[in-house]
Design a protein around this ligand. Structure first.
Ligand code: AHG
Ligand code: MN
Ligand code: MN
Length: 333
């Protein structure tokens, strides 16, 4: 019988690979693992209990909030408060940053940016959703934490990952030493190492974009989509970035969310959607840029809920997309 490695064992075992081997980051990652299991339980029974439906409020970026978003947000915050290693959180569901209470005499050294439930429009129809997280260091522990503390470039992220609540539940994360995937075994309630050192294929047969907005995209994007279609690439779009990027990570392909007329800066959020997914994909050998051809990880955020365009996935395909932007764009890049 092959040996099972649980997420907790893996985190502990790899602790000394991080620059910070004090165990603090490990504690935080384990908290996220526990939160993921609790959110997973609720996602699974969402169809059975009265937790479905729109809660009737709007989140900080103007989208309708559903009840499971709120549940996931509360659970993540509660679990991240446990270890005392997280000073504050930026969440899609909270306009302002959330300061966490001190635990004993600990000085928390980390900040977490998260999208507690990604793809929430999928909940009511029993389609995959996810959770995204990025962990940053507190740059100066002697300074009070405020919004500016979070305005760090993606290259400063020390760990990032996502949970996919799909046909099975997976947690995929990186601390900058490659990407590993863990599948939840419901019979023992543990995330078990199932995909070691994930590498994204150089190119793939899929592209993922909301092609319904075709006429609202810039000309270079339309040309690129035509090119994908000419190549007979298969279009897949779930409407949850986690699920769509997950497919590209494993099967190869490209995911795009460019600017539209409604979202001139792009729709997805830099700190808690684009950067964490970019860190994972880059660590697996992929590329992630915005439509101004900047590497997502190099962009300096100006606000915590900043939006960004994104082109992410197999390296050869992202490079090809760059050529379309250079060739067809009508405005200055
Ligand atoms: P969220 O549910 O956290 O608001 O995120 C939804 C995001 C993202 O996951 C997805 O790729 C995109 O919105 C879908 O947007 P469109 O419906 O505009 O395609
Ligand atoms: Mn999202
Ligand atoms: Mn969300």
């Amino acid at each position: 019988m092959s040996k099972i490695t649980t997420l907790d064992e893996f985190i502990l075992h790899n602790e000394n690979l991080h620059e910070d081997s004090s165990g603090k980051l490990s504690a935080l990652l384990r908290d996220i693992g526990v939160a993921a299991k609790i959110v997973n339980r609720e996602v699974n029974k969402a169809g059975l209990v009265n937790i479905l439906g729109i809660a009737g409020s709007e989140n900080s970026t103007g989208d309708m909030v559903q009840k499971l978003d709120i549940f996931a947000n509360e659970k993540m915050i509660a679990l991240l408060s446990n270890s005392g290693e997280c000073a504050a959180i930026v969440s899609e569901e909270n306009e302002k940053i959330i300061h966490l209470p001190k635990v004993k005499e600990k000085t928390p050294g980390y900040l977490v940016a998260m999208d507690p439930l990604d793809g929430s429009s999928n909940i009511d129809v029993n389609v995959s959703v996810g959770t995204i997280f990025g962990i940053y260091k507190v740059q100066d522990i002697n300074e009070p934490i405020d919004e500016k503390s979070f305005l760090q470039k993606g290259v400063e992220v020390v760990a990032a990952g996502y949970v996919l609540y799909g046909t099975s539940t997976m947690l995929v994360y990186t601390t900058g030493n490659g990407v590993n995937g863990f599948t939840l075994d419901p019979s023992i309630g543990e995330f078990c190492l199932s995909h070691e050192n994930i590498r994204i294929p150089d190119r793939g047969n899929y592209y993922s974009v909301n092609q319904g907005y075709y006429l609202k995209f810039d000309v270079e994007m339309r040309r690129y989509i035509d090119y994908c279609s000419d190549l007979n690439l298969r279009l897949r779009y779930i409407g949850s970035m986690v699920s769509d990027v997950h497919r590209m990570l494993f099967q190869g392909g490209i995911f795009l969310y460019p600017n539209t007329r409604k979202y001139p800066q792009g729709k997805l959020r830099l700190l808690y959607e684009c950067v964490p997914m970019s860190f994972v994909v880059e660590q697996a050998g992929g590329h992630a840029i915005n439509t101004r051809l900047e590497r997502i990880m190099e962009v300096t955020p100006r606000s915590i809920h900043q939006r960004s365009t994104i082109v992410i996935g197999s390296p050869a395909m992202v490079n090809e997309m760059k050529d379309f932007i250079r060739k067809y764009t009508l405005h200055e890049i």
